[in-house]
Write a protein that binds this ligand. Sequence first.
Ligand code: NAX
Length: 327
Amino acid sequence: MSKKPIRVAVTGAAGNIGYALLFRIASGEMLGKDQPVILQLLEIPVEGPQKALKGVAMELEDCAFPLVSDMILTGDPDVAFKDASWCLLVGSKPRGPGMERADLLKDNGRIFIAQGQSIDKVAADDARIAVVGNPCNTNVMIAAAQARRLPADRFTAMVRLDQNRGRAQLAQKAGVSVNEVSDLYIYGNHSPTMFADFTHAKIGGKPAADVIGDEAWLKNGYLPAVGKRGAAIIDARGQSSAASAANALIDHVRDLTTVGAVHSVAVKSEGRYGFNPEVWAGMPVRTTASGFEVITSYEMDDFSKSKIALTNDELVGERETIKDLLA
Ligand code: NAX
């Protein structure tokens, strides 16, 4: 007997990441090749984005994906999130010319208040929320603050693109396949302050620092390169990362539904690794049958602690800027 379809809500569905994401969800790469889905696609309720959304849906139809049981296109969050088990919050407002970061935080914050309220009201009891729209660590905190019904650990933000970038760059430097690189996890904010913890990473089962043999490069070349990779992509492509971001979101959700998977996720810190207890920070988690457990066993040296303190300060600063939106 075939499985019951899972409702997957995607916001910003007509955007660049949406275009790279939806076809992969529809083909079963995120929830499994035997798992039917109902795609519930949200765009802002004005003509241009709604028309573009219709176009994306037409292309999805033209793929004749056997796993797509239904598609709902809407400008209303209460329709998009209705009974959804996965809510993928990709859409947000880009930073415009001359716009201050604080204004961006507040403008996007308002979007995530409304979406958090809607999710709390209409999403499935087992709903899980993954935030990609930037600043994602702070947006997820704002959405979670609206959830009276769902526990905070259902709300995660994506740092998986940073983990994937970090592994790829270590592999490149060592001249090995990316499969050889393990135990590389991301701590903190999805921003250039993030800490890609090379101190515990392994290459071919050996400490990455021993294999690379160049501590100065790891500290002063590698870390900034991973942190600023998004800007380098914009510089080269003229547009921000889309296919790699969509790929990371597929990885994020697939690993959160694969018991035993260990991966980087931004979760409510609860004070782990010295983060402020209220912020959502990247850290390693292991997926369990009922959710995930944070891996807390990594001992941090003074250098790592100083990097974590820096990214924590930024997260606390973002929280301070939008604190009136958390009420
Ligand atoms: P686009 O501007 O191409 O698409 C965003 C879409 O969201 C647009 O179609 C817009 O109409 C829609 N939208 C805006 N407000 C909405 C709302 N209230 N409800 C529903 N839809 C809404 O951006 P794209 O390249 O797809 O990037 C989306 C977001 O991902 C951005 O915030 C971006 O900064 C963020 N990213 C996050 C990454 C991460 O690793 N966490 C990496 C990639 C990306 O930079």
